[in-house]
Design a protein around this ligand. Structure first.
Ligand SMILES: *[C@@H]1O[C@H](CO)[C@@H](O)[C@H](O)[C@H]1NC(C)=O
Ligand SMILES: *[C@@H]1O[C@H](CO)[C@@H](O)[C@H](O)[C@H]1NC(C)=O
Ligand SMILES: *[C@@H]1O[C@H](CO)[C@@H](O)[C@H](O)[C@H]1NC(C)=O
Length: 501
């Protein structure tokens, strides 16, 4: 009887399966991306910043060989006009504070700004994220700003709606100099008050609203009455369901009912506004690549049918980029349980999380894929001896094709009939010089931990497939055997094509 099992065709099937639960946020994807610096809304008002989405997509998805021409690059740098010393600054339309003094402390103590912020109504289609802070935001995807003539979140939102990719707004009063400060001539000029409306491509939250001001020569720029709003309408990418809002949590999918890992990895986009279509295109590109490069072992191609995309931030403040996690099956909100993770002293958090499913196929369970995955794990973990026991035989290599394997693992010997039938083709015949049959008590058949996620039918198919892969030649005999189970009688009808070398 053989005591070692040699299954040459399957040795290199699966090196390591990606861990499905938890789907750790892959922080390495951000390794080569510089941490964004705090953005001040300065420069020329109404210069709307645009981003080249094709370039963003191309750089984020290059590993999957997506070929996107990097063309029509748009200007992505706000032009900062150098102003003459003591020349005029843009007019401000907000109430100016001169009482008791024209300084930062008096400005911050003036209730007129808080009153305006507290009384403001929420713009249509927006949700308020904070009210009356003394700071401006530095969120993801800076898109520029406008100096308004009145403190109107609705006006600001209407302008945001017209800007491609605008997802959030920050409106506030800013104490600015009337003329451009100059070290020698006019270090601390009189103030004016701007009503700034700043556009962002990602969520504007209290956590990322920490710009309390700055010094400009001897002038103190400070902020009051700062309100934040986000637009929760995310356009569905073509071919996908409407956005499903997951709040501050990412999907953390378990194995599916067949034990299959539906997680397919992640991409990140670190420039431009939040854009769900970028993730949809990464998902589609991955499918094109996977279909063109099918697994060499003949197992089914895994395709992306569902994705979860969100903004990943570090330490509650700096948005690093848009994360895009891909799956071959859809998962409901119940599985949105990953609220972030720590790395060293840095806390990474999830925000603005949405999921989308393929409209025509949200992803279904795939027996062949689960069996292929199980086969890989059995080989990688050298569990062939378990297979032999599971199938009820001592000699793994002495067996043939299982055509009917519906028995659940826990009741393998006590329930239905396990039919194992040889194929008549010579390619799947096998050697059985010392075929011996054992009755296996279910209690004695402990499932290896790695295989507990699979139903018995999948284990059975995987085990049987491993056995049949041994190529054999020789004479053919037929035999039939019966086995008595632990709790009840069950019949194993096996028509074995045995061969002798
Ligand atoms: C803003 O500053 C003023 C003056 O220092 C202070 O009274 C107020 O509490 C501050 N508001 C917030 C939200 O921090
Ligand atoms: C989002 O990305 C898609 C695909 O690249 C692009 O066509 C679309 O214009 C982008 N939308 C925004 C708001 O940037
Ligand atoms: C949705 O899934 C089907 C089946 O896998 C695929 O043919 C189709 O291209 C997918 N749609 C999109 C938008 O990716």
């Amino acid at each position: 009887m053989r005591s070692t099992f040699f299954v040459p065709a399957l040795v290199a099937v699966v090196a390591a399966l990606p861990a499905p639960a938890p789907q750790e946020i892959d922080l390495d994807l951000f390794l080569n991306i510089p941490t964004p610096t705090v953005i001040q809304a300065t420069g020329t008002p109404d210069k709307i910043v645009t981003y080249d989405t094709k370039a963003i997509l191309a750089s984020a998805t290059q590993v999957s060989s997506i070929s996107v021409a990097v063309t029509d690059a748009a200007s992505s740098t706000p032009s900062i006009v150098k102003r003459a010393a003591c020349g005029p600054e843009p007019s401000g339309y907000g109430p100016v504070t001169t009482n008791p003094k024209d300084d930062a402390a008096s400005f911050l103590a003036n209730p007129v700004y808080a009153n305006a912020a507290n009384a403001a109504t929420v713009p249509d289609g927006y949700v308020q994220t904070f009210k009356n802070l003394n700071a401006s935001s530095s969120a993801y995807g800076y898109l520029g700003f406008t100096n308004l003539q009145s403190y109107s979140p609705q006006t600001c939102a209407t302008k945001c709606n017209a800007i491609k990719g605008c997802m959030g707004i920050n409106i506030y009063f800013e104490r600015d100099p009337k003329i451009t400060p100059d070290k020698t001539v006019c270090p601390n000029p009189a103030s004016l008050t701007q009503i700034k409306c700043v556009y962002w491509g990602g969520p504007v939250t209290a956590a990322n609203t920490k710009n309390y001001g700055r010094s400009w020569v001897s002038f103190s720029v400070v902020v009051a009455g700062s309100n934040g709003y986000v637009n929760q309408n995310i356009a569905a990418p073509s071919g996908y369901s409407d956005a499903n809002y997951l709040g501050n949590a990412a999907i953390n999918a378990p194995y599916d009912t067949l034990g299959y890992n539906t997680y397919m990895g992640a991409k990140v986009f670190a420039a431009g506004p939040f854009n769900a279509t970028l993730c949809a295109e990464a998902c589609n590109a991955q499918n094109v690549y996977n279909l063109a490069n099918p697994p060499t072992d003949g197992s089914p191609v895994q395709t992306c049918q569902f994705f979860n995309t969100y903004i990943l931030s570090v330490n509650g403040k700096t948005a690093l980029g848009q994360y895009c996690a891909m799956y071959s099956a859809s998962w409901t909100n119940k599985y949105a349980t990953n609220v972030g993770q720590w790395q060293g002293n840095d806390r990474y958090t999830v925000g603005f999380s949405y999921s989308f499913s393929n409209l025509t196929n949200a992803g279904t369970t795939n027996v062949a894929a689960a069996v292929a995955q199980a086969k890989g794990e059995i080989s990688a973990s050298s569990l062939q001896s378990y297979c032999s026991t599971f199938l009820g035989y001592n000699d793994l290599n002495a067996y043939v094709t299982a055509t009917s394997t519906k028995t659940p693992i826990s009741t393998v010997t006590s329930t239905s009939t396990l039919k194992i039938k040889a194929s008549s083709s010579s390619s799947s015949s096998s050697k059985a010089t010392s075929l011996s049959k054992r009755a296996v008590a279910s209690s004695s058949l402990a499932t290896p931990t790695a295989l507990t996620k699979y139903p018995g039918s999948v284990i059975s198919s995987a085990c049987s497939a491993l056995v049949t892969s041994v190529p054999k030649t020789g004479t053919v005999t037929l035999s039939t055997a019966t086995v008595t189970g632990a709790t009840s009688r069950s019949t194993v009808v096996k028509t074995v094509t045995t061969t002798t070398r």
